[in-house]
Design a protein. Sequence first.
Length: 138
Amino acid sequence: MLNVRRQWLAMLRGLCQVCGKTGRDPRTGRIWWVITETAFRAMSQDSGLTNAPPTCPACIPESLAYCPQLRENSAVYTAARAEPAGVLADTFTPGPGGTAIHTGHNIYVGFDEFARHASCLALQMVVRLDGMRPEPTP
Ligand SMILES: [Zn+2]
């Protein structure tokens, strides 16, 4: 199960999802990320949305070695910036007698989609990565 509090903290502070230390490279200021097809949606050639927190350079080799999903399909990038953009949410619609009917799970809802906010329960934070650059495995 996903630890929602840990995921939000890692996304807001740019912390490594493995060790909890910073995912930002002190030499370059860029943030390290292991990108997977299931947790990334490209927005342009060098930007996109992800719900996966950063992974610091020290934890990347171990992550790739021990996580079957990462071994199968992933790529290492750094990003110049990461800004909160929205959430993955459970969505609901009003039902009979004041009930709520569950209509979706892990649905992307942007922070600028105000009309949808009243009918969703946020789960995972999604950040927009900009200035993405492919990197060799550290
Ligand atoms: Zn780490």
